[in-house]
Design a protein around this ligand. Structure first.
Ligand code: ADP
Ligand code: MG
Length: 252
């Protein structure tokens, strides 16, 4: 069974048709890309899949179960993690607190606190801390666990965001322009981290990305969106040589 299946999804914002008859199938462990010009509808596709908006039409199935109409937190707790195009971090929290809080809140550990004694609660907290620290190690920022995020460079903040998205052990991770605003060095480091996350955690990744090197190097299959419609889908090689993609996006 596919991990995610989106069928004939259309979305209007008032009179604006942002996404039209969109289809995608993501298999477990697959790494896929979504590219296209600004305003093509890429972020809207992610916002529809993750429950920020409910599609005007179409079906979204996560492991065979319909998820359209569910709240974002419900979809997240079913195994779908994401990051946003613009950073959404808490200014006064530390790196470690971000990742631990994500795990607590999404996995509803409030219940653990309510029903079990102190010993169990302490064990859960130690385990959560361990998982969070392991993720920070994978991001290469474990030594900054106790820093407040606002004091950190932008590239590091984006790694915090990625660690937070991974804290609930999603089976599918949606990354919306993870290298946006980065300098070339930071972007290459982020690409290697994504590669490592994919290899070591074995989850599926769906990636919106502007940097062609990053998409072409990482993704097995790439879709190109233009005016809300898929105009091409294929391997990096096929996409690179696709006349319509070159016209709409890659340039001559
Ligand atoms: P991309 O991520 O490919 O740059 P978006 O999905 O952000 O594109 O936007 C697609 C289109 O939908 C754009 O024309 C954008 O202005 C419009 N749009 C996105 N979000 C909203 C919204 N919440 N309300 C109205 N229009 C929106
Ligand atoms: Mg976008």
């Amino acid at each position: 069974m596919p991990l995610l299946e989106v069928r004939n999804m259309t979305h209007f914002f008032g009179g604006l048709r942002a996404v039209y008859n969109y289809n995608v199938t993501i298999e477990p462990g697959q790494i896929r890309g979504l590219i296209g010009p600004n305003g093509a509808g890429k972020s809207t596709v992610f916002n529809l899949i993750t429950g920020i908006y409910t599609p005007t039409e179409g079906d979204i199935l996560l492991e065979g179960q319909p998820i359209q109409g569910l709240r974002p937190d419900q979809i997240s707790s079913r195994g779908l993690g994401r990051t946003f195009q613009n950073l959404r971090l808490w200014r006064h929290m530390t790196v470690l607190e971000h990742v631990m809080l994500a795990r607590y809140s999404k996995l509803d550990y409030g219940l653990v606190g309510a029903f079990f004694g102190t010993a169990k609660r302490n064990r859960e907290e130690a385990r959560t801390r361990q998982i969070a620290m392991d993720l920070l190690k994978m991001m290469g920022i474990a030594d900054q666990a106790d820093q407040v995020v606002t004091n950190l460079p932008y590239g590091t903040q984006r790694r915090v965001e990625l660690a937070r998205a991974l804290a609930t052990a999603p089976r599918l991770l949606l990354l919306d322009e993870p290298t946006a605003g980065m300098n070339p060095g930071e972007a290459l480091q982020m690409m290697e981290i994504i590669r490592q996350v994919h290899r070591e955690l074995g989850l599926a990744i769906f990636l919106i990305e502007h940097r062609m090197k990053v998409v072409m190097d990482l993704c097995e299959i790439i879709q190109t969106l233009n005016f809300g419609e898929v105009i091409a889908e294929g391997t990096p090689e096929e996409i690179r040589n696709h006349p319509e993609v070159i016209d709409a996006y890659l340039g001559k």
